[in-house]
Structures are given as structure tokens and as C-alpha cells.
Design a protein around this ligand. Structure first.
Ligand code: ZN
Length: 123
């Protein structure tokens, strides 16, 4: 007999793992932003960011301006990926030459929102 509850645990763990992985990359990118904003950079100057896809070993660099990055980060469920790095369950928000913006859905969306470094700030 097949255990339905066992399957549910597996699915939820995998969503949690990819959410954590993506949140790690996003935290790294938050750090990049912190450093670059100390430099004298124009808003139009593209800054290197790490691809925020589910592949742990992906170190693809995407260049986008601080304004572009900020407009994506205004949404806790949205991530910036190198073109073609989206996973089948991602909802593609916009696709450009340099980067793709996706929105996480379902369980994963809920988890990444909970992991958002900005929503955990006590201010
Ligand atoms: Zn990637």
C-alpha cells in the first residue's frame, strides 16, 4: 500500500530545500547591494548579481541596474534568474535578454516569502 502522508512530507521537504537555497542566494545578493551602494555608482550602472535559480551550484552572473533589482525585490516572491534557468513551476513575470523574473507559487511561494530577509527586519 502506498503511503499518501509519506509522499506529502517528501514534496514539502523538497520545496523547503529549494526555498532555502534560493533564499541563500538572495541573501548573498542583498550583501552585494550593500557593498555597491557604498561606492559611487549611478542607478543606471549595471551591477553583477548571482542567478537566484534552484540549482545550488549555479554561479551565473546577471547584470542589472540597482533600479531593476529593486523593482523585482519589491515583491517577496519574485526572483531574478539567468535566461532559461526558471523551473517548470515558476510563473514567469518578465523575460528579457539579460535576465528572467519569476514568481514562486504555492508552497514554495509561501516559504520564500517567510524567508525574505527584508520581511524579518524589525523596524
Ligand atoms: Zn541559475
Amino acid at each position: 500500500m502506498r503511503s499518501v502522508s509519506g509522499d506529502e512530507v517528501t514534496v514539502s521537504r523538497s520545496a523547503e530545500r529549494s526555498a532555502e537555497n534560493e533564499s541563500t542566494f538572495r541573501a548573498a545578493n542583498e550583501g552585494i547591494e550593500g557593498k555597491t551602494s557604498e561606492l559611487v555608482l549611478s542607478e543606471q550602472q549595471p551591477t553583477p548579481y548571482l542567478c537566484e535559480c534552484e540549482e545550488e551550484r549555479c554561479t551565473t552572473i546577471i547584470r542589472l541596474t540597482l533600479g531593476e533589482y529593486e523593482s523585482v525585490r519589491a515583491h517577496p516572491r519574485r526572483f531574478i534568474l539567468a535566461p532559461g534557468h526558471e523551473s517548470p513551476q515558476d510563473r514567469v513575470v518578465s523575460e528579457g535578454e539579460r535576465f528572467t523574473v519569476v514568481e514562486k507559487t504555492g508552497e514554495e511561494g509561501r516559504l520564500v516569502e517567510a524567508h525574505d530577509p527584508r520581511s524579518s527586519e524589525f523596524r
